[in-house]
Design a protein around this ligand. Structure first.
Ligand SMILES: C[S@@+](CC[C@H](N)C(=O)[O-])C[C@H]1O[C@@H](n2cnc3c(N)ncnc32)[C@H](O)[C@@H]1O
Length: 238
């Protein structure tokens, strides 16, 4: 990685002092090529790293395998990121959605990610130079969005909702509602096979109590495990 790029990355290491921003790297990291440059990672590296994160903290990571590009594209197909002013991703893990989001942002769009796992945040900073990575819990999202002086147009979640207790679900969802613009959209995915779990049903009920519009997607079979996602609009005041 060039020294200047590393300097820029270091400048945003303190999330509370840094204004969210996005810089498109000239490195072609999205081509998934193995390289001597640590900013460019192979798909295998990403998967091994994801499995390591799962072994460290299975409940918080919630899956053995990162999401597929098909799921990322399906989730983002209804999001016009190009004209958005602020986009936030929660629980990026190793960057399965981040990569696709970065390809779709407009020149003026600010973007940051909020990830709890410190190993994942380190890898994300190396993999996506210039990306604004906040190492914190999504419960504190409103504080980070507040520092930008605007509300988010899109909040895209990779969080493992089915593994969370009800209080944590509530705290994160309340922070999302506080952070989202009136015309903004929130998207959350889950695994199709766990849709019947009480925690998943509870999560859907919580979404419906906070958004006037909650739409469930078709099943995305090209993901392991197969996934569904919710597109939520028109946040209710709370
Ligand atoms: C199922 S993985 C999804 C990773 C990636 N979005 C994907 O789809 O491949 C869930 C991620 O959410 C992160 N996470 C879990 N709880 C969190 C919280 N309260 N705040 C921020 N990130 C969290 C985990 O560390 C993990 O990286």
């Amino acid at each position: 990685m060039a020294n200047s790029a590393r300097q820029k990355m270091d400048e945003v290491n303190d999330p509370l002092d840094a204004a969210p921003r996005r810089e498109r790297s000239t490195n072609s990291w999205w081509r998934f090529q193995r390289s001597s440059d640590p900013a460019e990672w192979s798909l295998l590296d990403e998967r091994l790293e994801f499995i390591a994160a799962f072994i460290r903290n299975p409940l918080a990571v919630g899956s053995l395998w990162p999401s597929s590009p098909s799921l990322a594209r399906a989730i983002l197909s209804n999001c016009d990121l190009r004209s958005a002013r602020l986009v936030v991703e929660l629980g990026p893990g190793t960057g399965a959605f981040t990569r696709v989001i970065l390809e779709r942002l407009g020149d003026q769009t600010e973007f940051f990610v909020v990830e709890l796992d410190t190993s994942c945040t380190g890898q994300l900073r190396r993999r996506f130079p210039g990306l604004h990575v906040v190492n914190d819990s999504a419960e504190n999202l409103a504080r980070h969005v507040g520092k930008t002086g605007q509300k988010a147009d899109f909040i895209i979640s990779g969080l493992p909702w089915a593994n969370m207790n009800p209080d944590l679900q509530d705290r994160i969802l309340d922070s999302i509602i506080d952070s989202l613009a009136d015309r903004g959209a929130f998207t959350a995915f889950g695994y199709w096979n766990s849709s019947i779990l009480p925690s998943s049903k509870r999560f859907r009920a919580r979404l419906e109590s906070r958004f006037e519009s909650v739409r469930r997607s078709r099943v995305i079979w090209k993901n392991f495990p197969p996934a569904i996602f919710y597109s939520c609009r028109h946040p209710r005041l709370h």
